[in-house]
Design a protein around this ligand. Structure first.
Ligand code: SAM
Length: 276
């Protein structure tokens, strides 16, 4: 744990560096240090742990991570934030390294040789794309140890949803196939500056050791296809897929079922049949 460092109030940092929120970059900043410490505590102790943060912005969550003793590598797309982050870095020598760039294009393997945690108050416009990217790596378990990510509450519910619910779909299957996923906390819109239109939630995911093997791309294509017609029976949505009806039969899944009733395990069975 780092020694208590006295930092200027975040709102002053924002004012000093002219960091008015840019909507197109999904900028909704958090200033409440108590809330930020609670988010940083979700994965457990980060003392001496490596952390990857997407979008540090003026550095609210980054402060909490550094104060908890983490060694942080951050990627930020908005160059206006870089001087503020440089100032923060000076308070925590050797603990913060910021790269300017787009998190969707960053080569994680080049940044990290050792296991690390990912924490982020994600820009909402790229949140799901990043999650899918992190969940779709070819090898498993991945090099990251946990994901602690802020989403719109509705997206968070889709990630943890159970079969038979309206929220259950592609994201639930992709996430729960390879990870244990839970909602760690809800965050009211008033906690953000500016406040977004909806409530948010922090999702915590940890990789399962040995999820059943199937190609992530195939699982993605399958779930994309059947959930784009979620009211239809599987036999309808899968008949145009090569070997689709035969795979349903071989996986012993009734072709009159609708996709939202099919469990994660059954989807894996089906994808395996499709690939064989
Ligand atoms: N971490 C800060 C906080 O909690 O107050 C800011 C969070 S704000 C919701 C999202 C941040 O992600 C912004 O700083 C924004 O500039 C940055 N961002 C947006 N798109 C990005 C991208 N493609 N790659 C990296 N950062 C991005």
């Amino acid at each position: 744990m780092s020694e208590q460092v006295t930092l200027p109030p975040l709102r002053e940092v924002v004012k000093k560096h002219g960091l008015s929120a840019n909507k197109s970059l999904g900028q909704n900043f958090l200033f409440d240090s108590h809330l930020l410490s609670r988010i940083a505590a979700v994965p457990g102790s980060l003392d001496g742990e490596r952390v990857f943060e997407v979008g540090p912005g003026p550095g609210g969550l980054t402060r909490a991570l550094l104060q908890s003793g983490a060694i942080v590598t951050a990627v930020e797309r908005d160059d206006r934030c870089l001087p503020a982050l440089d100032e923060l870095s000076a308070h925590f020598p050797g603990q913060l390294n910021v790269t300017a760039g787009d998190a969707l294009k960053i080569d994680m393997a080049a940044l990290f040789q050792e296991p690390f945690h990912i924490l982020s108050n994600l820009p909402y416009n790229i949140g799901s794309a990043l999650l899918v990217q992190w969940l779709s790596e070819d090898g498993w378990p991945p090099i990251w140890k946990s994901l602690t990510l802020m989403f719109q509450r509705e997206v968070a519910e889709r990630i943890v949803a159970e079969p038979g619910t309206n929220a259950y779909g592609r994201l639930s299957i992709l996430a729960q196939w390879r990870c244990n996923a839970k909602i760690a906390m809800n965050v009211h819109r008033s906690a953000f500056t500016p406040p977004p239109k909806v409530t948010s939630a922090v999702v915590h995911l940890t990789p399962k050791d040995q999820p059943e093997g199937v190609q992530p791309k195939l699982l993605e294509q399958l779930t994309q296809r059947v959930f784009s017609q979620r009211r239809k029976m599987l036999r309808q949505s899968m008949k145009s897929m090569r070997g689709g009806l035969e795979a349903l039969e071989a996986a012993k899944i009734d072709n009159q079922r609708r996709p939202e009733t099919v469990s994660v395990g059954e989807f894996i069975r089906l994808a395996r049949q499709l690939s064989s």
